[in-house]
Write a protein that binds this ligand. Structure first.
Ligand code: NAI
Ligand code: MN
Length: 337
């Protein structure tokens, strides 16, 4: 099979590899489509702290089951499935309390083990989620990115009384905006970014107001506008954002962070406790695939609004460079296999 492999940082190639055989309890997917994520780029550029090289990248993928391992029902052969990249042990404390996404032995497909930018990928049968025929291949490829928003929102419990502020109108901010409006029906979403084209995408995804914060003080701006956000999502993930979010939050607000920066940031107990703020963090997803599939079936989210580019997998370098360099016009890039 042909696989897109990062051999060492900055060395990405299409390699010929042995077709993988599903182990007991596993299935093999013949990949039809996969999407590029920032973390694929970070593995390529050597900036992902978890990656081991060489690595077949890709954790957002869709295809059909074409082989099954011992103990797996052969009726699954031929079914259309999306792959959950979170492979967990099922025994440790986080797994026991329904949080396999932070399993003590977490193996993320495309990061810790070989991924979906490949003609074939193997994974535990329980990680392959059946996709109804009314969901297109492109939409099915977008299930995983929406599980990130689903995981974070499940903690934030947004509702009709909430005014939400979303930092960052990249793929992650946009999936969150769609979920906040389409699924949770918050009163208003305000999107904040430095790139006007991305803010335009935020509007298309349901933001009622957008703010380019490149040249302004957001705390002052929101004060002038009389806006007190009650739910804040940091999908830009710069260390300066959490302290600012604490300052501009309404009393009783919830803040969700999802970044991996190792840079410290300074926050005070008073800033948090005086308003009794709650700060959540969210990593990957804990069994959120079926939830996102039901959102898609109910038409609550519009994944196609995020898809800006399609490439054949042989054009991987061009696809990755477009994703890296053209933040104005590029959001989700899909690869066809
Ligand atoms: P992205 O880089 O495409 O988007 C980030 C956006 O934030 C950009 O549009 C940028 O202009 C904007 N931005 C940067 N600094 C800003 C600031 N100070 N104020 C306002 N906007 C600002 O990234 P993507 O793919 O949307 O991911 C966002 C973040 O989420 C990344 O840091 C990524 O590592 C993280 N992430 C976390 C996951 C998790 O499970 N916890 C999963 C996926 C991504
Ligand atoms: Mn991703």
């Amino acid at each position: 099979m042909q696989s897109i492999t990062v051999r060492t940082p900055n060395d990405l190639a299409i390699e010929e590899r042995e077709d993988p055989h599903p182990k007991a309890g596993e299935v093999r997917i013949r990949v039809a489509s996969a999407a590029i994520c920032g973390s694929d780029l970070h593995i390529w550029r050597g900036h992902n702290p978890f990656a081991k090289y060489p690595r077949v990248i890709g954790h957002e993928f869709f295809g059909h089951i074409d082989a099954v391992g011992d103990g797996v029902d052969t009726k699954l052969l031929g079914t259309r499935v999306a792959g959950d990249p979170v492979v967990s042990c099922g025994r440790c404390y986080p797994c026991s309390v329904g949080r396999p996404n932070v399993c003590e032995e977490l193996q993320v497909i495309g990061v810790h083990r070989d991924g979906g930018f490949s003609e074939y990928v193997t994974l535990p049968a329980k990680n392959a989620h059946i996709v109804p025929d009314t969901i297109s291949d492109d939409e099915a490829t977008m299930i995983e990115p929406f599980t990130i928003a689903a995981n974070l929102c499940s903690q934030l419990t947004p509702g009709k009384l909430d005014t939400a502020l979303v930092y960052g109108a990249g793929p992650m901010g946009l999936t969150c905006i769609q979920a906040l409006r389409g699924v949770y029906g918050v009163k208003e979403v305000i999107a904040v970014d430095r790139i006007d084209e991305r803010l335009q995408m935020a509007k298309i995804c349901g933001a009622g107001r957008v703010i380019n914060n490149a040249g302004l003080d957001l705390v002052e701006e929101l004060t002038v506008l009389g806006i007190l956000p009650t739910v804040i999502i940091d999908a830009a993930c710069h260390p300066s954002i959490l302290p600012e979010a604490i300052r501009l939050a309404s009393p009783a607000a919830r803040i969700g962070i999802m970044g991996f920066s190792s840079e410290p940031c300074i926050i005070s107990q008073q800033g948090i406790t005086s308003k009794e703020l709650t700060i959540y963090s969210s990593r990957l997803n804990s069994n959120r695939f079926s939830q996102v599939i039901s959102w898609m079936l109910a038409g609550l989210i519009q994944p196609k609004k995020l898809i800006t580019h399609h490439f054949n997998y042989v054009q991987i370098i061009e696809a990755m460079e477009t994703f890296e360099k053209d933040q104005q016009h590029c959001c989700k890039v899909l690869l066809k296999f």
